[in-house]
Ligand binder design. Structure first.
Ligand code: LMR
Length: 328
């Protein structure tokens, strides 16, 4: 099935882009939670679908469901194990019920930029992580990047003390919960699709996310400003169920792997640009972006870095040391 027309029409109308799968084609549902056209993950998922739908036309058809229209991230992995969805790319913070190996990516100030994340993941240590959930029925195929996380709240955040006593939405990760507690703030785990409403209603005061997620979800419109802390990373694992993947015709599996790998290399190389566009769009729309002096940023790091000690035994000190080696 060629999805180009459907895609153009749906981008124009702002709705989800569905390929119309032909009878006889194997359908792959790809579920994710961000927008489809301005977000590193949304763009990558759509490019993957477009390429499969063109290059494997007649055999395989990918339908992308963006914007949590099919599943929130807290449901998608169970749905995948039940065979109701075939592909997803949840953030690494969302796999804790299946494995703790990804906790290292949530540690604050562990990686200085996405290049360091990329290098770490390309190593043997990083590549082995993709297979860490096989016994639980899930297989990671590729890491996809988003970007560095920034803080925002309904009051100005300049120094870590400014976060004290505030409620922050976090992804459901013990590391991120500990990070907010280190700031003296109150962490509130919540699905991504609920964050805008919670900020708007004052159920939470603030949040942390990438420029693309802040802009894509309009968080800036219901916050005092965005503080450029670059304190953590947001990264994804493209994941499938072992049963489904192993059951594929080997030629189909090879073609899907090759296309996914090419899309990963192409799009991961573009993430800094996509993130920078979202950052600029927030500024152009007249909202406040607070840049920190090196001293101010160091104060955030000093307050949050003790979190490493709480998790270093579980993660393995050798992994942390290795991550710091590639981080120079
Ligand atoms: C979040 O829940 O904040 C992010 O994981 C959303 C996403 O997938 O980028």
């Amino acid at each position: 099935t060629l999805a180009a027309l459907t895609l153009a029409a749906s981008l124009a109308s702002g709705t989800a882009a569905f390929a119309q799968c032909d009878p006889g084609e194997m359908t792959i549902k790809f579920s994710h939670v961000t927008n489809a056209d301005r977000h590193p993950k949304g763009i990558a998922a759509q490019l993957f679908a477009d390429r499969v739908n063109e290059e494997m036309n007649g055999r395989v058809c990918v339908e992308v469901y963006p914007n949590s229209t099919l599943y929130d991230d807290d449901k998608v992995l169970e749905a995948m194990l039940a065979g109701d969805v075939q592909m997803a790319a949840p953030s690494l913070s969302k796999f804790e019920a299946f494995t703790k190996v990804f906790s290292i990516f949530d540690l604050p100030f562990m990686f200085k930029n996405m290049d360091a994340v990329d290098e770490f993941q390309a190593s043997e240590v990083g590549q082995e992580m993709k297979a860490s959930m096989e016994r639980r029925g899930l297989l990671g195929l590729e890491f996809w990047h988003s970007g560095m996380k920034q803080f925002s709240a309904n009051t100005p955040l300049v120094l870590p003390e400014d976060a004290e006593g505030l409620k922050f939405r976090v992804q459901p990760s013990d590391v991120l919960i500990a990070q907010m507690e280190a700031l003296g703030a109150s962490p509130q785990p919540m699905a991504f699709s609920e964050v805008y409403g919670a900020l708007q209603m004052g159920v939470v005061d603030g949040q942390e996310n990438t420029w693309s997620n802040i802009y894509g979800q309009k968080f800036h419109e219901v916050q005092d400003g965005i503080t450029e802390t670059n304190h953590g990373v947001l990264d994804y694992l493209v994941v499938v169920s072992v049963d489904w993947w192993d059951g594929l015709d080997p030629a189909v599996r090879d073609d899907l792997s090759r296309i996914l790998h090419e899309v990963t290399e192409t799009r991961n190389a573009q993430v800094n640009e996509v993130e920078a566009k979202s950052r600029q769009a927030i500024i152009d729309a007249g909202y406040t972006v607070r840049e920190l002096t090196p001293e101010q940023r160091a104060a955030w790091a000093a307050t949050m870095r003790p979190v490493w000690d709480q998790f270093k035994d579980g993660i393995g000190e050798e992994k942390i040391d290795f991550a710091q080696e590639v981080n120079t």
